[in-house]
Write a protein that binds this ligand. Structure first.
Ligand SMILES: [Zn+2]
Ligand SMILES: [Zn+2]
Length: 255
Protein backbone atom coordinates (compact mmCIF):
# COMPACT_ATOMS: atom_id res chain seq x y z
CA UNK A 1 0.00 0.00 0.00
CA UNK A 2 1.14 3.53 -0.75
CA UNK A 3 0.85 6.55 1.53
CA UNK A 4 0.26 10.12 0.37
CA UNK A 5 -0.15 13.61 1.81
CA UNK A 6 -1.92 15.59 -0.91
CA UNK A 7 -2.23 19.01 0.72
CA UNK A 8 1.02 20.79 1.69
CA UNK A 9 1.86 24.49 1.44
CA UNK A 10 5.34 25.85 0.61
CA UNK A 11 6.76 29.35 0.95
CA UNK A 12 4.93 30.16 -2.28
CA UNK A 13 1.88 30.50 -0.01
CA UNK A 14 2.00 33.73 2.03
CA UNK A 15 0.94 31.85 5.17
CA UNK A 16 3.45 28.96 5.00
CA UNK A 17 7.06 28.75 6.17
CA UNK A 18 8.48 25.63 4.48
CA UNK A 19 10.84 25.69 1.53
CA UNK A 20 10.20 23.22 -1.27
CA UNK A 21 13.35 21.25 -0.51
CA UNK A 22 12.41 21.07 3.18
CA UNK A 23 9.03 19.60 2.21
CA UNK A 24 10.68 16.98 0.04
CA UNK A 25 13.23 16.06 2.69
CA UNK A 26 10.64 15.70 5.42
CA UNK A 27 8.21 13.75 3.20
CA UNK A 28 11.03 11.41 2.24
CA UNK A 29 12.24 11.04 5.85
CA UNK A 30 8.78 9.95 7.02
CA UNK A 31 8.44 7.54 4.08
CA UNK A 32 5.60 9.11 2.15
CA UNK A 33 5.35 7.64 -1.36
CA UNK A 34 3.46 10.49 -3.01
CA UNK A 35 2.87 14.13 -2.06
CA UNK A 36 1.28 17.21 -3.59
CA UNK A 37 2.49 20.75 -2.93
CA UNK A 38 -0.68 22.80 -3.19
CA UNK A 39 -0.09 26.52 -2.73
CA UNK A 40 -2.87 29.08 -2.77
CA UNK A 41 -3.51 30.03 -6.42
CA UNK A 42 0.11 29.32 -7.25
CA UNK A 43 1.85 26.40 -8.95
CA UNK A 44 5.54 27.39 -9.06
CA UNK A 45 6.48 25.65 -5.83
CA UNK A 46 4.64 22.53 -6.93
CA UNK A 47 6.41 22.40 -10.30
CA UNK A 48 9.74 22.97 -8.54
CA UNK A 49 8.93 20.04 -6.22
CA UNK A 50 8.11 17.84 -9.22
CA UNK A 51 11.51 18.61 -10.77
CA UNK A 52 13.41 17.84 -7.55
CA UNK A 53 11.34 14.82 -6.44
CA UNK A 54 13.63 12.17 -7.86
CA UNK A 55 16.50 13.34 -5.62
CA UNK A 56 14.30 12.55 -2.63
CA UNK A 57 12.97 9.19 -3.82
CA UNK A 58 9.29 10.10 -3.88
CA UNK A 59 6.68 11.19 -6.40
CA UNK A 60 5.14 14.65 -6.50
CA UNK A 61 1.78 15.33 -8.12
CA UNK A 62 1.62 18.84 -9.58
CA UNK A 63 -1.22 20.78 -8.03
CA UNK A 64 -2.55 23.91 -6.36
CA UNK A 65 -5.26 25.02 -3.96
CA UNK A 66 -7.55 27.17 -6.08
CA UNK A 67 -9.80 29.86 -4.65
CA UNK A 68 -13.25 29.52 -6.22
CA UNK A 69 -16.27 31.71 -5.56
CA UNK A 70 -17.70 28.98 -3.33
CA UNK A 71 -14.50 28.03 -1.48
CA UNK A 72 -11.13 26.30 -1.84
CA UNK A 73 -10.55 23.43 -4.25
CA UNK A 74 -7.49 21.20 -4.60
CA UNK A 75 -6.51 20.72 -8.23
CA UNK A 76 -4.20 17.74 -8.83
CA UNK A 77 -2.40 16.39 -11.91
CA UNK A 78 -2.32 19.81 -13.57
CA UNK A 79 0.79 21.42 -15.02
CA UNK A 80 -0.74 24.84 -15.42
CA UNK A 81 -2.61 26.95 -12.94
CA UNK A 82 -6.38 27.09 -13.49
CA UNK A 83 -7.89 30.57 -13.05
CA UNK A 84 -8.95 31.55 -9.53
CA UNK A 85 -12.04 33.51 -8.53
CA UNK A 86 -14.36 31.53 -10.86
CA UNK A 87 -17.38 29.47 -9.87
CA UNK A 88 -16.75 25.97 -8.52
CA UNK A 89 -18.29 24.41 -11.65
CA UNK A 90 -16.18 26.52 -14.05
CA UNK A 91 -13.04 25.78 -12.02
CA UNK A 92 -13.75 22.03 -12.12
CA UNK A 93 -14.25 22.20 -15.88
CA UNK A 94 -10.97 24.14 -16.27
CA UNK A 95 -9.14 21.50 -14.16
CA UNK A 96 -10.64 18.78 -16.37
CA UNK A 97 -9.43 20.54 -19.50
CA UNK A 98 -5.92 20.49 -18.01
CA UNK A 99 -6.21 16.73 -17.51
CA UNK A 100 -6.57 16.97 -13.75
CA UNK A 101 -8.91 15.91 -10.97
CA UNK A 102 -10.08 17.80 -7.90
CA UNK A 103 -10.55 17.24 -4.18
CA UNK A 104 -12.76 19.29 -1.87
CA UNK A 105 -10.42 20.36 0.97
CA UNK A 106 -11.78 20.92 4.50
CA UNK A 107 -15.42 20.87 3.22
CA UNK A 108 -18.55 21.61 5.27
CA UNK A 109 -16.67 23.33 8.12
CA UNK A 110 -18.37 26.74 7.74
CA UNK A 111 -14.87 28.25 7.92
CA UNK A 112 -13.77 30.77 5.29
CA UNK A 113 -12.68 28.89 2.17
CA UNK A 114 -14.75 25.81 2.96
CA UNK A 115 -17.13 24.48 0.31
CA UNK A 116 -20.70 24.04 1.46
CA UNK A 117 -22.74 20.86 1.05
CA UNK A 118 -24.91 22.71 -1.45
CA UNK A 119 -21.89 23.68 -3.59
CA UNK A 120 -20.52 20.12 -3.57
CA UNK A 121 -23.88 18.50 -4.40
CA UNK A 122 -24.39 21.07 -7.14
CA UNK A 123 -21.04 20.06 -8.66
CA UNK A 124 -21.81 16.35 -8.29
CA UNK A 125 -25.02 16.76 -10.27
CA UNK A 126 -23.39 18.76 -13.06
CA UNK A 127 -22.69 16.48 -16.07
CA UNK A 128 -19.13 17.74 -16.70
CA UNK A 129 -18.03 18.88 -13.24
CA UNK A 130 -18.94 15.59 -11.55
CA UNK A 131 -16.34 13.72 -13.60
CA UNK A 132 -13.59 15.97 -12.20
CA UNK A 133 -14.52 16.29 -8.51
CA UNK A 134 -13.32 12.93 -7.24
CA UNK A 135 -12.37 13.27 -3.60
CA UNK A 136 -13.03 15.07 -0.34
CA UNK A 137 -11.00 15.53 2.79
CA UNK A 138 -12.66 13.73 5.66
CA UNK A 139 -9.63 14.68 7.74
CA UNK A 140 -7.71 17.92 7.48
CA UNK A 141 -5.21 18.41 10.29
CA UNK A 142 -5.43 22.20 10.13
CA UNK A 143 -9.22 22.18 10.59
CA UNK A 144 -9.27 19.10 12.84
CA UNK A 145 -11.75 20.63 15.27
CA UNK A 146 -14.26 21.14 12.46
CA UNK A 147 -14.03 17.91 10.44
CA UNK A 148 -16.94 16.00 11.93
CA UNK A 149 -19.54 17.09 9.37
CA UNK A 150 -17.33 15.92 6.50
CA UNK A 151 -16.75 12.60 8.27
CA UNK A 152 -20.48 12.07 8.81
CA UNK A 153 -21.49 13.05 5.27
CA UNK A 154 -18.68 11.24 3.44
CA UNK A 155 -20.58 7.95 3.42
CA UNK A 156 -23.33 9.53 1.34
CA UNK A 157 -21.12 11.13 -1.28
CA UNK A 158 -19.44 9.39 -4.24
CA UNK A 159 -16.06 10.86 -3.34
CA UNK A 160 -12.79 9.25 -2.32
CA UNK A 161 -11.92 9.80 1.34
CA UNK A 162 -8.73 11.79 1.78
CA UNK A 163 -6.79 12.69 4.95
CA UNK A 164 -4.37 15.58 4.55
CA UNK A 165 -2.09 17.64 6.74
CA UNK A 166 -2.72 21.02 5.04
CA UNK A 167 0.76 21.62 6.46
CA UNK A 168 1.96 25.22 6.59
CA UNK A 169 4.92 24.37 8.84
CA UNK A 170 7.65 21.76 8.55
CA UNK A 171 6.72 19.14 11.12
CA UNK A 172 3.03 19.00 10.20
CA UNK A 173 3.82 17.24 6.91
CA UNK A 174 2.27 13.77 6.96
CA UNK A 175 -0.19 14.70 9.74
CA UNK A 176 -3.07 13.25 7.74
CA UNK A 177 -2.31 10.49 5.23
CA UNK A 178 -4.18 8.78 2.44
CA UNK A 179 -3.57 5.10 1.87
CA UNK A 180 -4.02 3.48 -1.55
CA UNK A 181 -3.34 0.29 -3.47
CA UNK A 182 0.04 0.52 -5.22
CA UNK A 183 2.65 3.17 -4.62
CA UNK A 184 2.83 5.53 -7.59
CA UNK A 185 1.00 8.76 -8.33
CA UNK A 186 -0.92 7.01 -11.11
CA UNK A 187 -1.93 4.21 -8.71
CA UNK A 188 -3.21 6.90 -6.36
CA UNK A 189 -5.14 8.62 -9.14
CA UNK A 190 -6.79 5.30 -10.03
CA UNK A 191 -7.70 4.72 -6.38
CA UNK A 192 -9.17 8.21 -6.03
CA UNK A 193 -11.20 7.81 -9.22
CA UNK A 194 -12.47 4.44 -8.00
CA UNK A 195 -13.34 5.85 -4.55
CA UNK A 196 -11.01 3.27 -3.06
CA UNK A 197 -8.71 5.27 -0.78
CA UNK A 198 -8.40 5.01 2.96
CA UNK A 199 -8.08 8.16 5.08
CA UNK A 200 -5.68 7.83 8.02
CA UNK A 201 -6.17 10.68 10.49
CA UNK A 202 -3.48 12.17 12.66
CA UNK A 203 -4.02 11.06 16.21
CA UNK A 204 -1.30 12.95 18.05
CA UNK A 205 -2.25 16.17 19.80
CA UNK A 206 -0.15 19.22 19.18
CA UNK A 207 1.56 20.40 22.33
CA UNK A 208 1.36 24.02 23.49
CA UNK A 209 5.08 24.27 22.74
CA UNK A 210 4.54 23.20 19.15
CA UNK A 211 1.76 25.75 18.76
CA UNK A 212 4.07 28.45 20.15
CA UNK A 213 6.81 27.48 17.69
CA UNK A 214 4.26 27.53 14.89
CA UNK A 215 3.13 31.05 15.85
CA UNK A 216 6.76 32.21 16.01
CA UNK A 217 7.50 30.84 12.56
CA UNK A 218 4.39 32.37 11.04
CA UNK A 219 5.36 35.74 12.58
CA UNK A 220 8.91 35.53 11.25
CA UNK A 221 7.45 34.56 7.87
CA UNK A 222 5.89 38.01 7.62
CA UNK A 223 9.44 39.41 7.60
CA UNK A 224 10.57 37.12 4.82
CA UNK A 225 12.06 34.28 6.88
CA UNK A 226 11.52 30.68 5.90
CA UNK A 227 12.66 27.50 7.55
CA UNK A 228 14.56 24.40 6.59
CA UNK A 229 14.72 23.26 10.18
CA UNK A 230 14.43 19.49 10.33
CA UNK A 231 12.17 19.25 13.33
CA UNK A 232 10.06 21.21 15.76
CA UNK A 233 12.41 20.23 18.58
CA UNK A 234 15.43 21.88 16.99
CA UNK A 235 16.28 25.60 17.00
CA UNK A 236 14.23 27.56 14.53
CA UNK A 237 17.20 27.87 12.15
CA UNK A 238 15.56 30.32 9.83
CA UNK A 239 17.21 31.72 6.77
CA UNK A 240 16.20 34.83 4.97
CA UNK A 241 14.74 34.03 1.57
CA UNK A 242 16.03 36.00 -1.39
CA UNK A 243 12.99 38.19 -1.39
CA UNK A 244 10.15 38.62 1.07
CA UNK A 245 6.94 37.00 -0.02
CA UNK A 246 5.26 40.30 -0.73
CA UNK A 247 7.67 40.90 -3.57
CA UNK A 248 6.85 37.57 -5.23
CA UNK A 249 4.55 38.38 -8.11
CA UNK A 250 1.09 37.01 -7.46
CA UNK A 251 -1.43 36.23 -10.11
CA UNK A 252 -4.51 38.34 -10.03
CA UNK A 253 -7.71 36.29 -9.82
CA UNK A 254 -9.37 36.21 -13.22
CA UNK A 255 -12.80 37.65 -13.16
ZN1 LIG B 1 -7.88 25.79 2.17
ZN1 LIG C 1 -4.50 24.52 2.25
Amino acid sequence: MGIADLHIHSVHSADATITVRAILKQASDINLDVIAVTDHDEIRGSLEACKLAREYNLEVIPGAEITTKEGHLLALFIDELPPSGCSLIDTLIAIGELGGIAIAPHPFTNLPGSLSMKAVVNALTHPSAKTILKGMETHNMSTRAFNSAAQRLAAYLPLAKIASSDAHVYWAIGAGRTQFDGETAQDLRRAIEANATNAIPYDEEFSARAVFKWARRITLRQFGYVSDSPSASQPINTQKIIQPFKKIKKREPTK
